[in-house]
Design a binder for this molecule. Structure first.
Ligand code: AMP
Length: 176
């Protein structure tokens, strides 16, 4: 995978949605057919042979590559969503953000103890969203959990929040 070329296709939007945030806009990457193909092939090569049975994508930009990876791995896809979106009984996990609290939800019947799960989101910033999602899927006593991000903002050191036993990968890395 030519990660330098892919990194250049991500558009940086300063001060969005609030002042001080360097927003990584992945729409300019995903609209390029060759880039999307490279991402799909690259992720497949990274995770094939690991016995992944479910890819869990985090709302909302984890819903773009997540189902694509699931399809390539012949795994199922499960959404982790924000409040009020999932219709059946849910488990939830709260977490603190810079401004106030947030929570993530998953259907209670979405996973089982036989599953090997790949959690995927578009971006690792402070890590709060993914840490809550890891804690959420732990309720199912899964066989194993892997974590993948398309983008890692390395300066924010979100990776440090996670137990070192969890294998975390990111495809594109930026210092902000
Ligand atoms: P965090 O919980 O701080 O790791 O934030 C990760 C979540 O917020 C991901 O779902 C991202 O989509 C979004 N996010 C945080 N910072 C950015 C950023 N600079 N550019 C784009 N999305 C971001």
């Amino acid at each position: 995978m030519d990660t330098k070329k892919l990194e250049k296709l991500v558009r940086n939007i300063p001060d969005f949605p609030i002042k001080g945030i360097q927003f990584k806009d992945v729409t300019t990457l995903f609209k390029e057919a060759d880039a999307l193909q490279e991402l799909s092939d690259g992720l497949y090569e990274m995770y094939k042979g690991k016995g992944i049975t479910k890819v869990v994508g985090i709302e909302s930009r984890g819903f773009i590559l997540g189902p694509m990876i699931a399809h390539r791995l012949h795994a199922g896809f499960v959404p982790v969503r924000k409040f009020g979106k999932l219709p059946a009984p849910t488990f939830s996990e709260s977490f603190s953000k810079e401004y106030g609290d947030d929570a993530v939800y998953i259907h209670q019947d979405a996973l089982s103890a036989n599953d090997v799960v790949l959690l995927h989101d578009d971006l690792l910033a402070t890590g709060g969203t993914m840490l809550a999602s890891v804690n959420l899927v732990k309720r199912f006593n899964l066989k194993k959990v892997y974590v993948n991000f398309l983008i890692e903002l390395e300066d924010l050191k979100g990776r440090a929040l996670f137990d070192p036993s969890i294998e975390i990968t990111s495809l594109l890395k930026y210092n902000i």
